[in-house]
Structure formats: C-alpha cells, structure tokens
Design a protein around this ligand. Structure first.
Ligand code: SAM
Ligand code: SF4
Length: 335
C-alpha cells in the first residue's frame, strides 16, 4: 500500500470541468429514528446491516480520500447516531486529523456528547419547527423536548452549532421569525434550506419556499446584513445587526451552486455519488482492499460528474420532477 502512494494521485479528485473535490460526506446508515416526510418515504425499506460498510471500510475510504486531497469530512445518514459503532467510527476518522463535522437530528446527542466535544469541529442539528405538535406531525415521532435539550447541551459544550431548517411552503414558513429570534439569543447559525426533490418525497415547486421569499419574510421584520458566500460554500450568510448568531440560506432549487460544487458522497453501503441529484453511482466496496483499483474507481466517478444537477434537467420549473424521483431517497443518500 505504502509504495502505491507513488501512484499519481494529483488530480484524481478534479473533474472535467476543473472542479476539485475537497469535501467528503460519509453516510453511516440509511436508518433513522425519525420519519421526516420530505426525506423518508412512507414505507421505507432499509439496507440489511450486513450490507453497511464496516468501521474498517469507512476508515479506509476516509483515509484514501485524505490522501487524494480531501480536507473536510462530514458524517451523516440517515441518522448517524443510530449506528451502534458511531463512537468508534468517529474516533478512528478523527485520528486522520481532518476537520470532522456531523449532521444529526439531535435526538441521541446526549448519549455521545463526550465524543462530539472531543472530535468534532461543528455539529449541525436538523430541527424544522419550534412547535411540539408540528414536530410530531413533521417527523411522525416524539422527541421534540429531547432535541431542544440536546441543542442546549451542544451550546453548553461550546461546540459550534448550526440548526438546519427545511422550509416548506404552508408547513413551517410561518416560523422563520421565531428561528431568527434564536440567532438574537444564542451564538449559533440557523440555515434555511429550500425543499428539494428526491424519490418518494412528494416534492413540487409550490412547496419550495424560495430564497427570495425567505429573505423577503425576514427583511419585513428585521434589518439584516449579508456577510457573503465563499465560492465553495453552499450557504449565503446573513445576520441581524449585532446578533450573536447568524443565519444562512441554502438555495439549491432557486439559485444552484453546481458551478463551484466540491462535494462527494459515499452511501452507507459504499456507493460514491458524485452529485446529490444524479442517478450515477460507483460502487467502491469491491475495491477497498486494492488501492490501485480503488483510486481508479474514484477517478472514474469524479471524471463522470456532470456540469449540473447530475445531468438532469433543471429542477426549478418543476418540469423534470419525474427525473428526480428516480434518484434515491434522501435518507439513503447521505444528505
Ligand atoms: N438525520 C440527520 C439529520 O436530519 O440532520 C442527517 C441526515 S439528513 C438526510 C441531512 C439533511 O438533509 C438534514 O438537514 C435534512 O433536513 C436535509 N434534508 C432531507 N431531505 C431534504 C429535502 N427533501 N430537501 C432539503 N433538505 C433535506
Ligand atoms: Fe431522519 Fe434526518 Fe431524514 Fe429526518 S431528515 S428522516 S431525521 S435522516
């Protein structure tokens, strides 16, 4: 293996449009304790446990991508904290000394808080509503109070925190000002995410509450200031003047950022997806014990990346919804 480091790794993560990929999102499982309808179909079918990448395989993938130039890793899912080996996986990946981040629904955060405080550079907790009944309606599960307590726990442990809010027209868009109030009180970032189409999530354009609508709603109440967007960042950042916290908008539907995309995703069973929306998948699992073949598989996947939307027609006008519904469910991709 060591000798093979001499294999030319220089531009394996650069695609044919010159985009270099430095950010890897690793899904630990497709399972989840919640059932958000925008993410999980009504009757989900999960991978058998034996099909999931093992802790060792996940480590091999992470260390290979580090060698190729990845500078940031996010653990996600499904719900990463339902993976029984989570602590072990996180500790091993953390030994690679790359900034490690987590996206979670927050429910099990208290059971892992030491590991999170020790190894993670930031934690994103998804919470789409500040109303208990609505939480239960949107997730089809209980757990609102525990999630709120865990948000406080993350803040108490001074782990940089972002709250992810998928904004759905007519469902939770009325709560934007309440989420902004959190940024006036706490040093956290709220990120409003436009609702995106995936298999089985009943998406249509009317349900997406757009970036323009989000800004208009907030600006009708607060004076806000923009503090920019780095080219490779999906989030545009804003804050209410003098607030300790900030907010961002992820506008994949109305203002996509494909041109600067630097992300690659690995599903829980080891398929590389070079785009969140594309239907192409590249199975890395058969090559994990042979570095040369693994690098070739990765390079093939990266070079096959389409300019935008995984080669599908644009999503914003709703004419291509059927194409997007051929993709996986979000929970099985690793969002
Ligand atoms: N279970 C974890 C969670 O909820 O944060 C991690 C996985 S979840 C798939 C990752 C992120 O994708 C969450 O912030 C979730 O809100 C977001 N997400 C899921 N489905 C989405 C959709 N259809 N449109 C936009 N964001 C979505
Ligand atoms: Fe689970 Fe996260 Fe999907 Fe909700 S968004 S169903 S918490 S994976």
């Amino acid at each position: 293996m060591e000798d093979q480091q001499e294999i030319k790794t220089g531009n394996i993560l650069t695609d044919k449009f010159g985009r270099s990929h430095s950010y890897l999102r690793l899904s630990l499982t497709d399972r989840c304790n919640l059932r958000c309808s925008y993410c999980m179909p009504a009757y989900p079918v999960f991978l058998p446990h034996k099909n999931l990448l093992t802790s060792g395989e996940i480590y091999t993938i992470a260390s290979t991508f580090k060698k190729l130039g990845v500078t940031r890793i996010r653990l996600t899912g499904g719900e990463p904290l339902v993976r029984p080996e989570f602590d072990n996986i996180a500790s091993r990946i953390s030994s690679l000394q790359l900034p490690l981040h987590l996206t979670t629904n927050g429910y099990y955060v208290d059971e892992h808080i030491e590991i999170l405080a020790a190894h993670f550079k930031s934690v994103n907790i998804s919470l789409d509503t500040l109303k208990k009944e609505r939480f239960e309606a949107m997730t089809s599960r209980k757990g609102f109070e525990r999630t709120l307590q865990n948000i406080e726990l993350v803040l108490k442990n001074k782990i940089p925190l972002k709250i992810n809010v998928v904004v759905i027209n007519g469902v939770n868009d009325d709560e934007l000002p309440d989420f902004i109030k959190l940024t006036l009180k706490y040093p956290l970032e709220v990120r409003f995410i436009e609702f995106m189409p995936f298999r089985g999530n009943q998406w249509n354009t009317e349900k997406t509450f757009s970036r323009a609508n989000i800004l208009q709603r907030i600006e009708s109440i607060y004076r806000i200031e923009s503090y920019g967007q780095l080219p490779m960042q999906t989030t545009e950042d804003f804050r209410v003047k003098d607030a300790p916290g900030s907010f961002g908008i992820i506008s994949t539907v109305s203002k996509p950022f494909c041109e600067h995309c630097n992300r690659l995703r690995i599903t829980a069973e080891g398929k590389l997806k070079n785009c969140l929306f594309g239907l192409d998948e590249f199975n890395l699992k058969p090559y994990l014990n042979h570095e040369e073949d693994l690098l070739l598989a990765i390079e093939t996947a990266v070079k096959a990346k389409h300019a935008s939307y995984g080669g599908l027609d644009p999503m914003f006008d709703g004419k291509a919804t059927a194409q997007y519904s051929l993709n996986r469910t979000m929970t099985s991709i690793g969002g």
